[in-house]
Design a protein around this ligand. Structure first.
Ligand code: GAL
Length: 737
């Protein structure tokens, strides 16, 4: 019998602030609130709240009776992530403590488990900013929120079991390609004739197998999968994944099985830039925080995955950085499936603590790598505290841990000090001057942040500011394109994020995203989107809204920027051809698709202001057309769910966007109004109701309840009236205990 993994996400009892005795077995929790994991210890407005509201010690309890068939096996509870320090009790017995909110941890329940009776897990969660735990101790420009915000499960395994498997494809571009598998064992003490069997699979097809003895006392066993023949590579457009199935046998009986996904790719930073599968790829990406409005980090798999989809499909990035901590495995799984390379890093922000703190940071390196080493999307480990000063001994240690655990990947360590000591393989540098980049300092060089705090931007900013935001991102990528020694750049950042009052625009938000906190695009997102090949998508994104008098001087747009991958644009005002424009190759000679820059979109103050139409051509063919109204009226109200199907497990959720546009569907960035929401069926709204629209767009999330049915969400705009969407909720498999 192989291992059993049982989800333990429903029917938790949440008591808010922990009180004396609330971890005891007999504690009366009948007044606690019934909640589902992922859970945030505090629901919050999307901005202008006090982060002290979630900084407290809370108590969660979960009653369960283990299924009888697990008897005789070792049982563990696995936590994906709890913010920030966690103490776990089973039936009143303290099992231990885990420090750090971004990495998984487990406790063995077996010695204290009652087989014929109810058990109670009590989890005390300290969500204060404890100076002894990274990233805390100094100031940090993001919020960490609180609660059991990632999934929990029970795992039943035999006495000796597979603890982890690192399956590392080697020499993938040659005929000698193979997979070096290191299988980690726990409890392998007595001699019961154990052996390991490993298989490389493509669906049902077995490509290669290997076997080895697991001698008593061995804590790891190496095997090699060879003679693979041709394999499909993992690449940006074809992210082919294979499975590695590892079995532990006692005699002929399979007692444990562990499956992991891998991809065959060679990813190297070189003096000639980044090379994927031997091909040069200029990296163009964005930094991502995994936080969301209202619930902080406590979003389920579907929502975490959606960010990867936005980065890949809407923003056309070919790299994302998990600033500044190991992010959701669901996000990383989606990056694997979508072909989106990732630079993942340990928790921290500028501050380095004392020796105990550094020990935790070193453990974070290990926990991050051991959790994520099989993801083909991960191409670089970040083993330095973001933007910290030099610390020779500390960073010698973090690099050594990374290289020893994973000899296949290079390390980076993000800095803003150009003259800092390089102990990593790749010099990863935040360089914020949008007019002049520092030259590559070392042969392997990647820009890991630019724009950012130099230029917060909101939907409601005037036309000059949003265009400058677009232009800064375009300018920096253009400069990076000038020199092959720049491996590329990762702009700050993808999405606006909640932050402390020491940062941001004064309402607990940093508006540094090319998309807002709801993940709806600002004009700068149009620049990223336009850099794809037209065979992927034909893109035409004006970097302005159409207004005669929204800038400091003169009428109309002035110098207008239009992001597009067309060959030529024709601009019509009031139906008359104003100009034919070509990509501005002089200003942006190094971009695949230079934005179009035009002075033809002027208007005369006090004269007639007419509709704009932009036709895009590839060769002689008109391939896209967009219009923007001159009427200045909010005409349409759109309600757009990301998904129309959810699973009725009480945690599955999807975003529903509200958008006000003109009659052509163009954004109306100054549209406001209280959006009234009404929900029927087995779902609830994560968000504010009424939702005060600002900037013409906003969103809430709809979360399933633990029953099937149809959710109907109706949103009513005060002038434009109601719109409704339906979301089907399917029956979820029950939890076994
Ligand atoms: C960087 C930092 C980021 C963010 C950014 C704001 O210095 O690494 O986390 O704070 O500035 O622009």
């Amino acid at each position: 019998m192989a291992r059993t993994i049982l989800s333990l996400n429903r029917n938790w009892l949440y008591g808010g602030e922990a009180t004396a005795g609330s971890t005891a077995a007999e504690f009366d929790d009948s007044a606690f609130e019934r909640v589902t994991i992922p859970h945030s210890n505090k629901l919050l407005p999307w901005h202008s709240f006090d982060d002290l509201e979630y900084q407290f010690v809370s108590i969660y309890r979960r009653h369960f009776t283990p299924p009888a068939e697990l008897r005789g096996r070792r049982v563990f509870v696995d936590f994906g992530g709890v913010m920030t320090a966690t103490t776990v009790y089973l039936n009143g017995e303290r099992l231990g403590e885990h420090l750090g909110g971004y990495t998984p941890f487990s406790f063995e329940l077996t010695p204290h488990l009652r087989w014929d009776a109810e058990n109670v897990l009590a989890v005390e969660v300290d969500s204060t900013e404890r100076a002894d735990i990274p990233p805390f101790g100094g100031l940090i420009d993001y919020l960490t929120f609180g609660g059991i915000y990632r999934e929990v499960s029970l795992r039943a395994v035999p006495q000796a079991y597979i603890e982890n498997v690192f399956a590392r494809p080697v020499d993938v571009l040659t005929d000698a390609r193979r997979v070096e598998v290191r299988c980690y064992l726990e409890g392998n003490d007595e001699d019961t004739g154990r052996s390991l069997q490993v298989e490389l699979r493509d669906g049902e097809r077995v490509l290669s197998t290997a076997t080895a003895e697991a001698a008593p006392g061995a804590t790891s066993v190496d095997l090699t999968l060879s003679d693979l023949g041709e394999v499909e590579l993992w690449d940006l457009d074809t992210p082919k994944l294979y499975a590695v199935v590892t079995r532990l046998l006692e005699g002929n009986e399979v007692v444990d099985e562990y499956t992991t996904r891998i991809g065959f790719r060679e990813a190297r930073f070189t003096p000639e830039g980044f090379r994927l599968n031997g091909r040069h790829v200029k990296l163009r990406g964005l930094n991502r925080h995994q936080t969301y409005p209202f619930v902080g980090q406590a979003m389920p798999a579907r929502v975490q995955r959606k960010d990867a989809e936005i980065l890949k499909r809407e923003l056309k990035c070919n790299i994302a950085r998990t600033s500044h901590y190991p992010q959701s495995i669901h996000f990383l799984d989606a990056c694997d499936e979508l072909g989106l390379p990732v630079f993942e890093e340990i928790p921290g922000w500028q501050h380095i603590g004392g020796e105990g703190w550094k020990d935790i940071a070193c453990r974070n390196v290990e926990e991050m790598i051991r959790r994520d080493w099989n993801h083909p999307s991960i191409i670089l480990w970040g083993v330095r505290i973001n933007e910290s000063g030099d610390d020779h001994d500390f960073y010698t240690r973090t690099n050594a841990i990374a290289h020893e655990l994973d000899p296949s990947r290079q390390t980076g360590g993000v800095r803003f000090n150009y003259d800092s000591e390089l102990l990593e393989d790749v010099f990863t540098m935040n360089d914020f001057n949008p007019n002049e980049l520092r030259p590559p300092k070392h042969p392997l060089y990647l820009n890991t942040e630019f724009v950012g705090h130099m230029f917060p931007t909101k939907h409601i900013d005037n036309v000059e500011r949003v265009q400058e935001h677009v232009d800064r991102h375009a300018r920096v990528h253009n400069m990076l394109g000038a020199d092959v020694r720049y491996a590329g750049g990762i702009g700050w950042c993808a999405f606006d994020y909640n932050t402390h009052s020491d940062f941001g625009s004064g309402d607990r938000i940093c508006y540094h995203g090319v998309s807002d906190i709801f993940r709806t695009p600002k004009p700068a997102a149009g620049f990223y989107r336009s850099q794809c090949d037209p065979s992927d998508e034909v893109v035409l994104e004006p970097a302005f809204h159409w207004a005669i008098g929204d800038k400091s001087e003169g009428g109309g747009i002035g110098t207008g920027i239009i992001c597009s991958n067309c060959d030529r644009l024709e601009l019509y005002v009031g139906g008359e051809l104003r100009a034919t424009v070509e990509p501005d190759r002089e200003r942006y000679p190094n971009l695949a698709h230079p934005p179009f820059v035009t002075d033809a979109l002027t208007g005369l103050w006090g004269y007639r202001w007419d509709d704009l139409r932009i036709d895009g051509f590839i060769g002689d063919e008109k391939v896209i057309s967009k219009s923007m109204s001159a009427r200045g009226v909010d005409r349409q109200f759109h309600l757009e769910p990301d998904d129309t199907q959810l699973v009725g497990d009480g945690s599955d959720a999807t975003r529903v966007v509200f958008r006000v546009t003109d009659e052509y569907g163009a954004a109306r960035p100054f549209a406001t109004g209280a959006i009234q929401l009404a929900i029927e069926g087995p779902g609830e709204i994560i968000g504010e109701n009424p939702f005060a629209l600002a900037g013409g767009v906003g969103a809430v999330w709809v979360r399933s309840r633990q029953e099937p049915g149809v959710i109907r969400l109706e949103a009513t705009h005060p002038v434009l009236g109601p719109k409704a969407v339906e979301i089907q909720v399917s029956q979820a498999a029950p939890e076994a205990c």
